[in-house]
Design a protein around this ligand. Structure first.
Ligand code: NDP
Ligand code: OXD
Length: 308
């Protein structure tokens, strides 16, 4: 078996090859660019040239959970399956990221950080009336499903929204676009873990943000394209949004003059909500390729028509 490993932007190819070898020392590995005809490519944003130079490929393994970038490039031939990573150690990180956002909002951490900078001591906890926020999770797949379950386990009142109906213990679930206003109306904290598709692009805009309770907090770890940035900034300015924890952006790195950088109620992180852990990812990649070679059906096959 010959595996081609490619990456755009990050120098992770040697590490991936070393890790794959630990699982399957008998397979042969090639770093892109290579014209050695390979059976599978493990890649992140592979260019069209790769597919022109690799006529024997049977499938592409996307080295990540999100497939919006690979689909937008239109480089993968239509007949070739794209298989994505499922969880692979990312969902737990996502849950940690979401819980951080919820606690930041619930426990007034933005105020206390500002107070510390001003050397000012003042308590804002309302001890007589402790109310935990209701958290809404958009997207109930590998990431969102875990996030919702862990938040519910932590004692939060949790609601979730997805395309098809999900049953998750202790989570109030909603499905479909017609339920979006009802779902949003109960979310003191909104956590988005959606994939970026034609249906979800710009989904968080002036109209949908207005359906949240006033002062709601937004956590976005899906993709920047879910937000209409001007509407988010306006909602922060007029108090409809109480703050935001943002990990993903239309343009990455986030341009230096973007208002998110300096807004007092926004925390910016550089697309680190969940990074792909090489060990888990490579174990999953080897398992998927081995299953494909045995003629088995594998999970995580992307449907290009729906975009995830
Ligand atoms: P999944 O495919 O497992 O889950 C996607 C979820 O979104 C599903 O529940 C799906 O509904 C729902 N969904 C899709 N389209 C719609 C729609 N139009 N309306 C309502 N719900 C919809 O993906 P993952 O959970 O693995 O990953 C989600 C995204 O998280 C990735 O695509 C990526 O963008 C992002 N991500 C970000 C990272 C970061 O570090 N910031 C790291 C990893 C991922 P249904 O269940 O009905 O199909
Ligand atoms: C992913 C990501 O999609 O890192 O895996 O965002």
């Amino acid at each position: 078996m010959k595996i081609l490993v490619q990456s755009t932007g990050l120098d992770i190819v040697p590490g991936i090859i070393a890790e794959l070898k630990k699982h399957q020392p008998d397979w042969q590995y090639f770093a892109w660019p290579s014209d050695e005809p390979c059976d599978y490519v493990v890649g992140w944003k592979p260019p069209a040239e790769l597919f022109e130079r690799q006529p024997k490929l049977k499938a592409v393994i996307n080295y990540g959970a999100g497939v919006d970038a690979i689909l937008a490039m239109h480089a993968v031939p239509a007949h070739m399956p794209i298989i994505r990573l499922e969880d692979a150690g990312m969902a737990q990180q996502m849950a940690e990221y979401a819980i951080y956002g919820v606690i930041h909002h619930q426990r007034h951490m933005q105020i206390y950080h500002a107070q510390q900078r001003a050397v000012h001591w003042e308590q804002h906890e309302d001890r007589g009336n402790v109310r935990r926020p209701t958290v809404g999770v958009m997207g109930l797949g590998e990431m969102g499903g875990t996030v919702a379950t862990k938040l519910a386990g932590f004692g939060y009142s949790v609601r979730g929204w997805s395309r098809s109906k999900h049953e998750i213990e202790n989570v109030l679930t909603f499905a479909g676009h017609e339920t979006l206003p009802t779902f949003l109306s109960g979310c003191d904290v909104l956590v988005s873990m959606l994939p970026l598709t034609d249906s979800t692009k710009g989904i968080l805009n002036a109209l949908s943000l207005a359906q949240l309770p006033r002062g709601a907090f937004l956590v976005n770890a899906g993709r920047g394209g879910h937000l209409v940035d001007a509407d988010v900034v306006a909602a922060l300015e007029n108090g409809q949004l109480g703050g935001a924890l943002l990990d993903v952006f239309h343009e990455e790195p986030l341009p230096k003059d973007h208002p998110y950088w300096t807004h007092p109620d926004v925390i910016v992180t550089p697309h680190i909500a969940a990074t792909t852990p090489i060990k888990d990812a490579c174990a999953q990649i080897v398992a998927k390729i081995s299953a494909l070679e045995r003629g088995e059906v594998v999970s995580g096959i992307v449907d290009p028509n729906v975009g995830y």
